[in-house]
Write a protein that binds this ligand. Structure first.
Ligand code: ATP
Ligand code: MG
Length: 412
């Protein structure tokens, strides 16, 4: 894409009321636009990053048998009253229409997915089932000061699974845990599977997936020797205690952000909606339901917190909006601009995702903006490159500069 056609531009300042680093950088670079605290629009660059993250999540959910759907976000109030969430869940937005009907907008979708599954699951032969969606969620959060890491509107991948037996649930739960760890690794983060409270409906533990970051709102205790990690909220242990899991390490306390969560909901929702199926003996049984969330927009925020420096964002390759930032130092119509144009066409033809800075701006301005945008590779076309055919390639993460000719660039 040519930057002369991209409608967003980098700006020097983020809004004065924006305190989170992730949102400050994303706003300055033109990835997102702030509507109000906790609500952001995603502009072309930001939309591309979200799509990259979503693609990874989709691939891993499909790989464990998830079927993608798209559920409604405007919900009738009745199922929410049926499960008690209308009154007990504090973040539920409540809307009254002009005809005095009550609605909510989805903050999670158990109330919608359970009646859907009930329509189709009548026999043990219909189980197990896992469905998921990637969509907007709305929560009446009191504090929304963490940029896109805590939105009042945000994007979540939510999956729900339905099982005959606890063993089958446990099998799927283990597969989902592995799939989650793969998602985080693929997008360039290290997440710890963290023991956490199972919520209101179960005494069991759940897993939260935590990324260490000072911008996080959770406190975790983790072992410096094994993979043990627990949310400090549910632990009686403290920093410096010996790890009782491996008996070899000690526990450290750290700030972290929850980028996912997997839950055993038991038969609570099946019971609330009288959802039974015929088991192998012909008896009616309630299925065991699990729910599995990943905060897509929070993940993007955590990525910026984890991968940025004093100059701007440093995207990992898998989620970067473009693979290459081609920066022309030419003036419209000159030999340098012509060389940059030709390289842009070749790269685009070869299927490389290129953002091409073909604007008539100063070199300093272009480089500063390029650093802020954080695209992994920058190819610079200056006078020397136009004459010799050796282009300067700068790696955003390391600053390492190499020279490559057209053939090498197209082959890479
Ligand atoms: P938190 O404890 O951070 O409030 P939660 O436990 O309420 O999150 P879940 O209901 O389990 O979150 O939602 C699944 C995932 O959605 C979370 O793991 C998180 O990554 C993401 N998420 C939750 N709330 C928000 C929010 N307000 N803004 C952005 N992402 C969120
Ligand atoms: Mg939580």
């Amino acid at each position: 894409m040519r930057q002369t056609k991209l409608f967003t531009k980098a700006r020097r300042e983020a809004p004065a009321d924006e305190v989170a680093k992730n949102a400050q950088l994303l706003i300055r670079a033109g990835y997102i636009h702030k509507e109000m605290a906790g609500v952001y629009s995603y502009l072309p660059l930001g939309k591309r990053v979200l799509e990259k993250i979503e693609r990874v999540v989709r691939e891993e959910m499909d790989a464990i048998g998830g079927q993608e759907i798209r559920m409604a976000t405007l919900h009738p109030s009745e199922p929410w009253k049926q499960t008690g969430a209308w009154d007990s869940v504090d973040v539920v937005f409540k809307i009254t229409s002009r005809t005095e009907r009550e609605y909510t907008i989805g903050q999670s979708e158990e109330e919608i997915v359970t009646p859907i599954a009930r329509e189709y699951v009548t026999s043990y032969r219909d189980l197990p089932l896992a469905v998921y969606q990637i969509g907007q969620k709305y929560r009446d959060e009191l504090r929304a000061k963490s940029g896109i890491m805590r939105g009042r509107e945000f994007t979540m991948k939510d999956m729900y699974s339905f099982h005959e037996t606890q063993e089958d649930f446990d099998r799927f739960y283990a597969a989902a845990k592995e799939a989650y760890l793969k998602v985080y690794e693929r997008v360039g983060l290290v997440a710890k599977a963290t023991e956490a409270s199972g919520g209101a409906f179960t005494k069991k533990l759940s897993y939260e997936f935590m990324v260490l970051t000072d911008a996080g709102e959770d406190d975790i205790l983790y072992c410096n020797h094994c993979s043990y990690c627990v949310n400090a909220e549910i632990s009686t242990q403290k920093e410096g205690d010996a790890c009782t899991r491996c008996n070899a390490g000690t526990l450290s306390l750290a700030k972290a952000s929850e980028v996912g969560n997997i839950f055993d909901l038991g038969t609570k929702y099946a019971t609330d909606f009288s959802f039974t199926y015929k088991d192998r003996e012909g008896k009616e049984q309630y299925p065991i339901i699990g729910c599995f969330g990943i905060g897509i927009t929070r993940l993007m925020g955590v990525l910026v917190e984890a991968h940025s420096d004093e100059k701007g964002i440093v995207w990992p390759k898998t989620v970067a909006p473009f693979a290459v930032h081609l920066v022309s130092l030419g003036k419209p119509g000159d030999q340098v601009a012509a060389a940059a144009d030709a390289l842009y066409d070749d790269l685009a033809k070869a299927g490389v995702e290129v953002l091409y800075d073909d604007r008539d701006l100063s070199t300093g301005q272009k480089f500063a903006e390029s650093d802020l945008l954080g695209i992994p590779l920058r190819i610079v076309v200056g006078r020397e490159a136009a004459e010799t055919g050796a282009f300067e390639v700068v790696e955003r993460a390391t600053g390492i500069v190499t020279k490559k000719d057209r053939a090498a660039l197209l082959a890479a």
